[in-house]
Write a protein that binds this ligand. Structure first.
Ligand SMILES: Nc1ncnc2c1ncn2[C@@H]1O[C@H](COP(=O)(O)OP(=O)(O)O)[C@@H](O)[C@H]1O
Ligand SMILES: [Mg+2]
Length: 581
């Protein structure tokens, strides 16, 4: 049962255990609420029994009733306290566990996952869905389970007393549940539509914020607002429709359950008249039926949330079941040569290949340059070398070990990477560089910053290296951002260096100086650079030309220059000053 609950509700083992405990305590609580009713019944019985037998009722002492009342109140209180701890508190704990395990999972997913999905989708799963589930599991599910268990037990007990009366009062429960079950599909469908549209609205708003610059500069505001109000209106409509449907069904179930009391009165009266039931039993049923449905009715108040449980749980499960990139964490070698062996790769299954049969070697102690027309697959190759994705065909080895057998985090410790698209944090310049090596001293950071030519522009910032640079370095130019990113990589000082158009936005003068800094870094390391300025690669030990995902040329720059009609020779000639107009 534990395993089933864990699987069904995407819970941790502890969560499932707490869930069972919560339902049990809720059941106990439901029974404890019947204590006052039983007290009333006992009192009535005490008065009525002698009267029915033609005697006078005498109440000799009220003490037993007073003691019973006090005990009842105490019991209700103690049970309520346990019930609260076992549902609410543990549900909040479970929610925290769920969020952390989702975050942990996201951290381990291959990057390909993030390319296919948008951020708002993920954020809403981690935050909103978890909150919704939290609410459902604290307010509805244990209560529903508890109230059904209570009803089943009460039904069994009362059947012994008088099965006809038991049927008269309880027939409504299976009928109401059947109504919910039959309409469940319809409700889930409606709810799903609203849920997806809600996502669309969030996404649209996020898009507007992210692209505010483009929207403004292209006079796109009106069109954007039009689109936004479009999805908003559709969302509203779906929401109203869904709520109306759920409202109608839940209310119908409510009314049905309420029918239990009138049928009991009718059937009971008939039985009583025919002498088939004694008055006290009838009275007992009447008194009990006034409270027995309350827990179920309360659970149904929150019943609407039960219908969107599945959508949310399935999304959680989907994420939790995704395959992660795994591998050994005990990897250590001294040979950092990277080899591509007939690598084939596409970003999405079944889509066109971005790399076909790519083979080359980036040797330790050498600078290997990847060049070629844009869209040729250079950045893709560099990211594959760091196992951001796993290849579809062939293999990539590091020092002879297939990198798919190495844990991604362990592997990445060996890489200093500067990407084409620099990512900076809303922190000081200093802290942004320090990301390269968490425990670096200020001196080390400044040294790396100096080598990456950060000094010039940082000295013009209001607080120098302590200046906060805005989200993703929004207050800096492209070249400045690249220089911070290079400083970060220099600081990390790893045996493998990947530079993807690292200096593309830096002016020629500074580029030369940065190159000097980088050359110091490269001795004894494996360096893979991607560049579009042929000047930058002229000193490389080897040039690999990627075109349309294939290696079309490779060799030393000198060799390739001799190749008439070659891509490299062509690019060099195009970029030589005397050829420019
Ligand atoms: N994250 C991605 N998802 C899907 N396709 C991509 C992604 N990144 C790049 N591509 C595609 O892969 C091809 C190669 O891109 P890329 O490796 O960036 O080329 P280069 O760096 O040589 O300009 C291009 O057609 C590009 O559109
Ligand atoms: Mg690129």
């Amino acid at each position: 049962m534990l395993k089933y609950i864990q699987k069904r509700f995407a819970m941790s083992e502890q969560g499932a255990k707490d869930f069972i405990k919560g339902a049990l305590w809720t059941t106990l609580q439901n029974f404890s609420f019947m204590l006052p009713v039983i007290l009333v019944y006992l009192f009535l019985e005490h008065i009525l029994a002698p009267y029915l037998n033609g005697q006078e009722a005498v109440i000799s002492s009220l003490w037993p009733y007073i003691v019973f009342s006090i005990l009842s109140v105490a019991t209700v209180y103690v049970i309520a306290w346990h019930q609260y701890n076992n549902t609410y508190i543990s549900v909040y704990n479970e929610s925290a566990v769920r969020r952390i395990s989702l975050a942990e999972k996201l951290r381990k997913l291959p990057l390909s996952y993030f390319g296919e999905r948008n951020l708002s989708d993920l954020t809403s799963t981690v935050m909103q869905d978890a909150t919704d589930l939290e609410h459902t599991f604290s307010h509805a599910v244990p209560q529903l389970v508890g109230s059904l268990v209570t009803l089943a037990l009460a039904m069994a007990g009362l059947s012994f007393l008088n099965w006809q009366l038991a049927i008269a009062v309880f027939w409504v429960v299976p009928v109401a549940l059947m109504l919910l079950q039959i309409t469940r599909r319809m409700q889930t469908k409606e709810h799903r539509a609203g849920y997806l549209l809600k996502r669309a609205v969030t996404e649209k708003i996020q898009e507007g914020i992210r692209q505010v610059q483009e929207i403004k500069s292209y006079g796109h505001e009106e069109a954007y607002l039009h689109e936004l109000s479009g999805v908003q209106a559709r969302f509203e409509k779906a929401q109203i429709k869904g709520e109306l449907l759920i409202g109608v069904i839940i209310n119908a179930a409510h009314s049905l359950i309420k029918l239990g009391i009138p049928t009991l009165i009718l059937v009971g009266a008939t039985l009583l008249l025919d002498g088939n039931v004694d008055f006290l039993t009838y009275l007992f049923f009447l008194v009990l039926s006034s409270v027995i449905f309350n827990p179920l009715l309360n659970a149904l108040e929150h019943g609407a949330v039960l219908f969107f449980l599945d959508i949310r749980i399935n999304r959680m499960k989907e994420i939790m079941d995704l395959p992660v990139q795994s591998g050994t964490t005990g990897y250590h070698v001294d040979d950092y040569t990277i080899r591509f062996n007939r690598v084939g790769f596409s970003y999405k299954d079944g889509e066109g290949k971005v790399l076909h049969d790519v083979s080359f070697e980036a040797r330790q102690g050498e600078v290997t340059a990847l060049i070629g027309p844009s869209g040729g697959g250079k950045s893709t190759a560099a990211k594959l070398a760091a196992r951001f994705w796993d290849v579809n065909n062939g293999s990539i080895t590091l020092g002879g070990t297939d990198i798919t057998t190495i844990d991604p985090e362990t592997l990445l410790k060996n890489y200093s990477i500067v990407f084409q698209d620099v990512v900076l944090f809303n922190a000081s310049v200093m802290d942004n560089i320090r990301i390269g090596k968490k425990d670096a001293s200020d001196g080390e950071v400044l040294c790396a910053a100096h080598a990456a030519r950060c000094d010039d522009f940082v000295h013009n910032l209001p607080q120098g290296y302590r200046t906060i640079i805005g989200e993703n370095g929004s207050t800096l130019s492209g070249g400045e951002r690249q220089r911070i990113s290079i400083a970060r990589a220099l600081l990390k000082d790893a045996p493998i260096v990947l530079l993807d158009e690292a200096t593309a936005s830096v002016d020629a003068e500074n580029e030369t100086k940065i190159q000097a800094g980088i050359s110091e870094l490269v001795t004894g390391r494996t360096v893979l650079i991607i560049a579009h300025r042929m000047r930058t690669v002229a000193n490389a030990d080897k040039v690999v030309v990627l075109k349309e995902g294939q290696v079309v040329e490779q060799g030393t720059p000198q060799e390739l220059l001799k190749k008439n009609g070659g891509v490299y020779k062509n690019m060099v000639e195009l970029q030589t000053p005397h050829n420019r107009e």
